[in-house]
Design a protein around this ligand. Sequence first.
Ligand code: DC
Length: 221
Amino acid sequence: MTISVIAIDGPSASGKGTVAARVAQALGFHYLDSGAIYRVTAYAAQQRGVALDDEVGLAQLAVGLDLRFDGVEVWLDGRAVGDAIRTEEAGRAASRIAALPALRAALLQLQRGFRKAPGLVTDGRDMGSVVFSDADLKVFLTASAEVRADRRYKQLIEKGFDANLSALLQDLQERDARDAARAVAPLQQTADAQLLETSNMGIDDAVNWVLVAYTKASGMA
Ligand code: DC
């Protein structure tokens, strides 16, 4: 019997991580934030002096990562790095290295290893198109760039960080363009993914939408 996977892909700051984690909790499934893996890899590279354009060096580093997830916390070599990898700078570095095919290939097995019973909910850019192409449900979760910048702005202010709305918007648009334009596993809505546009939708409604779609997709309706 195959283990169920719900793949939620979409652009930066769309809220897909929050929705995916809540869906996982509701179903009692495991949760994988694949963006965190790219962020940790970029962070580890910077710590160890591996250049962000050294494709072979990054791929080697990725296969040897001592990485552990525990709720929202991420551990690298036994050290909590959750805050360090969730900065805007770490997101930019992750987006840069994510364009390198050898690094993406090196991370495939690591990501697939998170598929464990009773099921997995995962979010990223290519979870449905590449990593778990046989997922039971594929969702492309998005919102307008303005709404996403506004959500990110509020999140940062809430955490006590400085933030500038127009700089955030520009940064998001640059990141979207880079993630969508790369040759390997670009950010895109595939034909078999259902579109969830959340510009005018709250978290609870988005979570319910995914749960209903999963019930239908898995033939439980
Ligand atoms: O979801 P996020 O913002 O934490 O992801 C950070 C970067 O990692 C994103 O800009 C692109 C890259 N990424 C990717 O290429 N593929 C994934 N499955 C997840 C993230």
